[in-house]
Design a protein around this ligand. Structure first.
Ligand code: PTJ
Length: 253
């Protein structure tokens, strides 16, 4: 850390950046992960750096889908591990979900580093190394996965995902939940449930919700999903960005 004072108005954002840079040097985040983070930051500004109602609604629906799942799986990449590793472990534990390290820029060394990092935070039986299945339609290492994990899951939480893979998972008949600050991304538009929120806020929110909602009946959870409409959520996110951009446009020097 480069000694950012806590009084700095952008303290949290600057510390998060430093964390990602450090995690890149530790072989957890990919170099491209830093670029992805910058894009996320820009969208986070535009949604006001807070959990808006449309995100809270999607988080609730995401928890309902995961609790109803027969075989829920949480997919973890470099950025997700660095930004919300412990919180994802807690969430997976509450859901009885398996975790799988599944990378876009896959190297076996980085998969091992992430698994070891998650284990150091308390994660257990994390899948990732020695994949034995392939997501149909995806070329090269991007499609590698585990028969006990993503391949056979019915519901997958895939934060900060690539659009192609989200599409391929949908084609396999899975319910796809994503966390993506960009409501215009292909992943955001492909997923069944799109949480337009920062992963650092979304995952702790979902864990809190899960603690309460695990006492709900299956019918109550199904009802949440019946009333959920991802198109409306994405339109609300875009409207929020539009409003915030207009307010900024009216600002005078
Ligand atoms: O570790 P790997 O190899 O699996 O690579 C991970 C990245 C994220 C680099 C890879 O999946 C990638 O290139 O993703 P994209 O296509 O850049 O998409 C990432 C999406 O996540 C973008 O739409 C960003 O706006 C969004 N995003 C970035 N940071 C955050 C975020 N969404 C939520 N919270 C964030 N902190």
């Amino acid at each position: 850390m480069t000694g950012i004072p806590e009084s700095h108005p952008r303290y949290l954002s600057l510390v998060t950046r430093e964390r990602l840079v450090e995690m890149m040097h530790r072989g957890i985040v990919s170099e491209a992960g830093l670029i992805a983070h910058g894009r996320g930051e820009a969208f986070d500004y535009l949604i006001g750096e807070r959990t808006n109602d449309f995100a809270a609604e999607a988080e609730r629906a995401g928890v309902a889908a995961l609790l109803l799942a027969e075989k829920p799986v949480v997919s973890v990449n470099g950025n997700a591990a660095a930004l919300a590793g412990k919180e994802l472990i807690d969430l997976a534990g509450l859901m009885g979900a398996r975790m799988e390290v599944n990378l876009f820029h896959r190297t076996e060394e980085r998969v091992d580093n992430i698994v070891r990092y998650l284990e150091s935070l308390g994660g257990r039986e994390i899948l990732g190394p020695e994949p034995n299945a392939k997501i149909p339609g995806l070329e090269h290492a991007r499609g590698l996965c585990h028969s006990d994990g993503i391949y056979s899951a019915d519901v997958v939480l895939v934060p900060l995902e690539d659009g192609d893979r989200a599409k391929a998972l949908k084609k396999m008949g899975k319910t796809v939940i994503t966390i993506d600050l960009n409501p215009l991304s292909r992943t955001a538009k492909t997923a069944d449930i799109t949480i337009v929120d920062n992963i650092t806020r979304a995952v702790p929110n979902m864990a809190k919700l899960a603690e309460k909602m695990c006492r709900s009946s299956a019918d109550e959870l199904r009802d949440i999903l019946k009333r959920y409409d991802n198109g409306t959520v994405l339109r609300s996110a875009l409207a929020c960005i539009g409003r915030n951009a207009r307010i900024s446009g009216e600002w005078r020097m």
